[in-house]
Write a protein that binds this ligand. Structure first.
Ligand SMILES: CN1c2c(nc(N)[nH]c2=O)NC[C@@H]1CNc1ccc(C(=O)N[C@@H](CCC(=O)N[C@@H](CCC(=O)N[C@@H](CCC(=O)O)C(=O)O)C(=O)O)C(=O)O)cc1
Ligand code: HCS
Ligand code: ZN
Length: 757
């Protein structure tokens, strides 16, 4: 094989029935041994490779499997685990899991969002003393394993520059040290790995460099030049494919085109204008170009006419052009055919990973041969494009009729006074972010309800019992603003999608979010509207149990879009306004039901921030206005909260301010309240609840620790605007940790309160 030909850049790995998730969690719980866990992985890989080969792809990727995360795998491969894990004396597999999840006395490595997706990677910690070497053999092992079952594969690796750009400096690294300073040493490792792969008989290797879909500095572009000149210079190496995805490559395109690599994969879906840039790049004439025309991140069936015209535009530019996905298929579910409950017409418009592989094969043939039958694909595209019932005239008319004043609340000072009069809260009021632990009983009740073995009344009774338990617990703990605990929600986005017109939910559409945790992103296919209240009865019930205020709990429009598969036939901002209108109705109904505090969560505000700065302003405009549309038109005395997790607020501080929420709770415990200082410096003048309990860790913070964090916050922002709360919801934790942690949180609030003048 000289060309790569048709391929996909990566494939889902959690298993069609979340086999890996179940095995991992059983292994961590001590219920199965290492051999059993490794066997699950082997079986999943075998199945995936066979499927990809049998589907007719010219090239099948390997090393796209991971027991947790591909960036963590790369750190392990090059021997770059922090000493706090390697000194524990654990097996290699347990050292790997310790780095991912933490153990007593060795906190986990940081986890953060993989570019603008809902997948999370583990952040490598690198310092001037980090010495890379080829310490592992995973890519080689998987290559051999595939070859043993008769599948020749193309190992996929995180590219060296992206790896370093995703890493952070260790806490002890000197000022000014950047992980990119380690490039030459890391390249030694990659060169050695290339040599080993070559000796093994590997023909092609893929390096992923998605970091170049974002704005990059001159030194970073120079690093890209250096890296691929160095790697390609080696004579004992497989052919090199570099994959840039999640957008156009900007100046990275010219750099890679002029480097001596053999092939380049480009994303021709995310940014249409990039197609012309690629077509106009003369230096591609000696390279194979993989035209990423099948969307790896969304679930719509590919329009063959558009896809082929994009790919064909490159025919005169590159040495050869083949068809591929725009990025790895990690971000979509396995197989739409399993979705028996989906409306058949909608199903006909969809392609999950398995169907996308077939699309790549079909389009690849159509690009090279005459007479390939594309009629079914064309008919599906036409059917969707002309489906009149996707539009809801009522929703569109309501949005048309909105006036600017409909998205503006009274001045904050006026609202704050009315809210204090209504709520009569003490200084440093304490609250939680919404969810309480989702116990096995709660999940079992939901599963039984769905299966029909628990009727509606039984399910409602089970949820109400849980809500009452959570309310009584919070009263006992002495929290000031209570929550109902969200037991009725399978997921904070899916729950709403299941109740809104315009969305469809799936039964098996699981996508890995991090480690063993998965989500089922709903499919947003038409205009959005709310038929009836979605949360009001649960909130009313909870409020009826207590004299303390109960916070209503909603998910905001940006987050609902970020964690759904969105329609691609209209601008995201337009869809956001429709979702916002439905949330606005819910806010209004909660207020009417006597709920005086309403939280509209926007944890994905940062995640959807475009990778390129040039697009930020337009994004902020629609993101902020959709939140304001959702949260205005209510009484001054109704207090609006919002919540964001995932630090790195720097770039979105102004947008957070523009949301105009009365109270904003944010993740802060891990960064030791840094964000409060940032907010103070940005002139943020409303309520703020910096998280004082890191809920991502099983550790119970002590009273002194929480008091210390609170004192830092009080030093940076006037005390009358500070709230006391955890970093995020408690749904993934157990009561054994949550109860003492919240008890300490309340005790700390009381202690610092008593110190206020
Ligand atoms: C806050 N986060 C979220 C993100 N995206 C979302 N869409 N939602 C989020 O909350 N992105 C950023 C972060 C990511 N964090 C998480 C945290 C936790 C999970 C998680 O725990 N996922 C669960 C699945 C949750 C769910 O949908 N549960 C359903 C179905 C439960 C189920 O699996 N049932 C069993 C049967 C019941 C039983 O016996 O236990 C089954 O089907 O086998 C429900 O509760 O009804 C996970 O298991 O991975 C995800 C992202
Ligand atoms: N209200 C949600 C927010 C998570 S980001 C929760 O508490 O789980
Ligand atoms: Zn959160």
């Amino acid at each position: 094989m000289t060309e790569i030909g048709t391929t996909v850049l990566g494939y889902p790995r959690i298993g069609p029935d979340r086999e890996l998730k179940r095995s991992l969690e059983r292994y961590w719980a001590g219920k199965i041994d290492e051999t059993a866990l490794l066997e699950t992985g082997r079986a999943l890989r075998t199945r995936a490779w066979r499927e990809l080969k049998d589907a007719g792809l010219d090239s099948v990727p390997s090393n796209t499997f991971s027991h947790y995360d591909q960036v963590l795998d790369t750190a392990e491969l090059f021997g770059a685990f922090p000493e706090r894990f390697t000194k524990l004396g654990l097996t290699p597999l347990d050292t790997y899991f310790a780095a991912a999840r933490g153990v007593q006395d060795a906190p986990a490595m940081e986890m953060t969002k993989w570019f603008d997706t809902n997948y999370h990677y583990i952040v490598p910690e690198l310092g001037p003393d980090t010495a890379f070497s080829v310490a592992g053999s995973k890519p080689l092992d998987e290559y051999r394993e595939a070859r043993a079952i008769g599948v020749e594969t193309r190992p996929v690796l995180v590219g060296p520059v992206t790896f370093l750009l995703l890493a952070k400096a260790t806490e002890t690294a000197p000022e000014g040290f950047r992980p990119l300073d380690l490039l030459d040493n890391l390249l030694d490792g990659y060169v050695e790995l290339l040599r080993r792969l070559h000796d093994e008989g590997v023909e092609w290797v893929q390096f992923d460099e998605p970091a170049f879909a974002g704005d990059r500095t001159e030194p970073e572009l120079n690093a890209l030049i250096r890296a691929y000149h160095r790697l390609a210079k080696e004579t004992a190496r497989p052919k090199i494919l570099v994959a840039g995805y999640f957008g156009g490559l900007g100046r990275g395109l010219g750099v890679l085109a002029r480097s001596p690599i053999d092939a380049l994969a480009v994303d021709l879906v995310t940014d249409e204008s990039f197609v012309d840039a690629v077509a106009a790049e003369p230096a591609l004439r000696d390279k194979e170009v993989l035209a990423g025309v099948v969307d790896g991140r969304n679930v719509w069936r590919t329009d063959p006419t558009r896809a082929l015209s994009r790919a064909a535009t490159l025919l005169g530019t590159a040495k050869s052009v083949s068809v591929s996905t725009s990025c790895s298929l990690l971000h979509v579910p396995y197989d739409v055919e399993r979705e028996a409950e989906l409306h058949p017409r909608l199903k006909g418009w969809l392609a999950f990973a398995k169907q996308k592989v077939d699309e790549v094969v079909l389009l690849g043939r159509a690009l090279k041969e005459e007479g390939v039958d594309l009629s079914a694909a064309r008919a599906a595209a036409t059917d969707r494009a002309t489906a009149a019932d996707l539009a809801d005239a009522g929703v569109r008319a309501r949005l048309e009729a909105l006036r600017p004043e409909d998205t503006v609340r009274s001045p904050y000072a006026q609202r704050a006074a009315a809210q204090q009069a209504a709520l009569d809260l003490p200084p440093l009021p304490s609250t939680t972010i919404g969810s309480f632990p989702q116990t096995t009983d709660v999940r079992k009740a939901r599963a039984a309800h769905k299966a029909g073995s628990l009727d509606d009344a039984g399910y409602e009774a089970a949820m109400k019992a849980e809500i009452e338990r959570v309310i009584r617990l919070q009263e006992d703990l002495g929290l000031d603003v209570l929550v109902h605990g969200e037991p009725e929600r399978n997921d904070m986005v899916q729950y709403f999608a299941e109740r809104l017109a315009g969305f469809a939910a799936t039964d098996f559409g699981w996508v890995q979010s991090y480690g063993s945790r998965c989500v089922r992103p709903p499919i947003l296919y038409g205009d959005v509207s709310r038929a009836e209240p979605m949360t009001v009865e649960w909130a009313r019930y909870a409020q009826g149990l207590t004299g303390k205020p109960v916070k209503g709990m909603l998910t905001g429009p940006v987050t609902i879009l970020a964690w759904s598969f969105v329609r691609d036939d209209q601008p995201l901002g337009e869809t956001a306004r429709q979702v916002a209108l439905a949330i606005r109705d819910e806010v209004h109904d909660l207020q009417e039901a006597g709920i005086r505090v309403i939280q509209v969560d926007e944890p994905a505000l940062r995640e959807l921030l475009p990778l390129r700065k040039a697009a930020h302003e337009a994004y902020f405009a629609w993101a902020v206005s959709s939140f304001r549309l959702a949260t205005s038109g209510i009484d001054d005395a109704t207090q609006i909260h919002t919540h964001m997790c995932y630090s790195e607020f720097g770039e979105v501080v102004k947008a957070i301010d523009a949301l105009d929420a009365d109270v904003t709770s944010i993740e802060a415990a891990r960064s030791k309240m840094e964000v409060v200082t940032d907010l103070g410096a940005a002139g943020f003048g409303r309520g703020v609840g910096p998280g004082v309990y890191d809920i991502h860790s099983p550790r119970v913070p002590g009273v002194d620790e929480v008091s210390g964090l609170l004192r830092t916050a009080v030093g940076a922002v006037p005390a009358e605007r500070i709230w006391v709360n955890p970093d995020c919801g408690l749904k993934t934790r157990g009561y054994a940790e949550v109860e003492p942690a919240l008890r300490n949180l309340v005790a700390a609030a009381n202690a610092v309160r008593s110190e206020l003048g």
